[in-house]
Write a protein that binds this ligand. Structure first.
Ligand SMILES: C[S@@+](CC[C@H](N)C(=O)[O-])C[C@H]1O[C@@H](n2cnc3c(N)ncnc32)[C@H](O)[C@@H]1O
Length: 425
């Protein structure tokens, strides 16, 4: 139980860093205060409380005593497997590779931020396409993170191989990460309850929407009061792309409001996606359905082949993309399932999307990817060609088909397809 003299301190910490003292254990708070009193002696507890309200440096010194730095490389490694899979599936194959921005808040001594970089590299990303903003309230912990030097305790579980692959042993039991892997990381000392960084803000000349592709916010929410947790989760929603991923700690998943976040990946990966507001039906969806084949042409294989042989025409400026339809959402859901390796579920949802709209190029392309994953190259080829026939600017289908043709020894067609894909922004 808290003694009455600690009550003002508990409310100060709750207001400033969102801490719910009971989550930390009250003796932890008393121990931290005792350490500071020892450093500042002679001082009474009452006088110290008074000092804390006036002196922000002393408040920071107390926070440094209170923080829980527990972390290690590839902690809860399912999260990193999902990130690596997403990189391979969605980003790494694109040319040029998109810049992928990740927020790691809080990062403690840096193991999580470096693990993110390593997972993205393993997923085929180039170092220069990766940006990680790694945030923590503790100056002391960030110094360790910047130095990148770790002991045995930072390497646990199954991922010991990363120590050989990415670190140099500098003394017995001391491992320094190759500084190369720290270059995409921007370390920031910040109280996340005062606001989150804007993606790309620290990069010279970077343009964009200020949103992150991925946010890791693991093992902080459990220490926060309900208000602070809601405040932080709202801030995350404002900073995360619509199709972005949020990773939380395993004990934190149940604190997410399912109206705002839905599970992505397997249960053990603790990954979530924002639930987007249901779109209004588009005028086309409100109109009575056309009789099958009445006005839109059915795709034909010979026409598709001809379309593939035709040199790309200069494109007029494209109109903005239409609002997401129900089929788009089914395709996005199928893609999410495929990202998580749930191929059978992904195929079921993709088929549902195709039933809803046989002319949806994205659904045909995804159907091709899933067929390829099942080892059915012939069906994959048909699906990719159909996607390209329906939408000659379907970049993913062009790239996948070019890779498939390359595997089959069709270098000439593969080259043509790749050049077509490269011209599409
Ligand atoms: C248990 S570590 C989690 C590290 C890492 N995310 C992981 O899961 O391994 C918790 C971290 O939260 C940081 N922290 C606590 N309150 C914070 C705040 N208000 N703003 C930013 N960081 C905070 C602490 O300094 C500590 O490094």
């Amino acid at each position: 139980m808290a003694t009455p003299e600690y009550a003002p301190l508990e409310s100060l910490l709750s207001r400033t860093i969102g801490l719910e003292p009971s989550r930390l254990g009250r003796t932890a708070l008393q121990h931290a205060v005792a350490t500071r009193l020892h450093a500042l002696a002679p001082l009474t507890v009452a006088a110290y409380m008074d000092l804390l309200h006036r002196d922000s440096l002393e408040l920071q010194a107390l926070v440094e005593e209170l923080v829980v730095p527990e972390t290690w490389f590839f902690r809860d490694d399912g999260a990193f497997a999902l990130l690596q899979g997403r990189a391979r599936q969605l980003w790494a194959w694109q040319s040029p590779q998109p810049v992928i921005r990740v927020l790691c808040a809080p990062c403690s001594t840096g193991e999580e931020a470096y693990s993110i970089v390593i997972a993205l590299l393993k997923g085929g990303m180039k170092l220069e396409s990766i940006r990680v903003d790694a945030v923590d309230i503790s100056k002391r912990l960030l110094q360790v993170a910047r130095a990148g030097v770790y002991g045995y305790n930072s390497f646990r579980g199954k991922n010991m191989r990363i120590r050989d692959d990415y670190f140099n042993q500098v003394a017995e039991g001391v491992f320094e990460i190759d500084p190369h892997y720290g270059t995409p990381i921007n370390w920031l000392q910040l109280n996340v309850l005062h606001g989150l960084p804007v993606a790309g803000a620290s990069e010279q000349g970077a343009r964009g929407d200020g949103l992150y592709d991925v946010v890791f916010c693991r093992n902080l929410l459990i220490y926060l009061s309900e208000d602070a947790r809601n405040c932080l989760l709202s801030a995350i929603r404002r900073r995360l792309k619509g199709d972005g991923l949020l990773f939380v700690g395993h004990a934190e998943a149940m604190s997410l409001d399912r109206r705002h976040f839905s599970q992505a990946g397997d249960a053990g990966q603790f990954a979530y996606q924002q639930v987007m507001a249901a779109p209004l039906p588009s005028p086309a969806e409100q109109a009575p359905p056309e009789p099958a084949g009445a006005s839109r042409p059915r795709p034909r294989q010979d026409i598709a082949r001809k379309a593939l042989r035709t040199a790309p025409q200069p494109q007029a400026p494209q109109p903005p993309p239409p609002p997401r339809t129900g089929t788009d959402q089914l395709v996005a859901e199928a893609r999410r399932l495929a990202d998580a390796g749930r191929y059978a579920d992904a195929e079921r949802v993709c088929e549902e999307a195709l039933q809803a709209d046989r002319l949806h190029a994205g659904a045909h392309c995804l159907s091709g990817v899933l067929a390829e994953a099942r080892g059915n190259g012939a069906q994959a080829e048909r699906s990719y060609r159909r996607a390209i026939y329906l939408d000659p600017r379907q970049k993913q289908a062009l790239v996948h088909l070019s890779l498939l043709m390359e595997k089959r020894g069709g270098a000439a067609e593969a080259g043509t397809l790749r050049r077509r894909a490269a011209k599409i922004a």
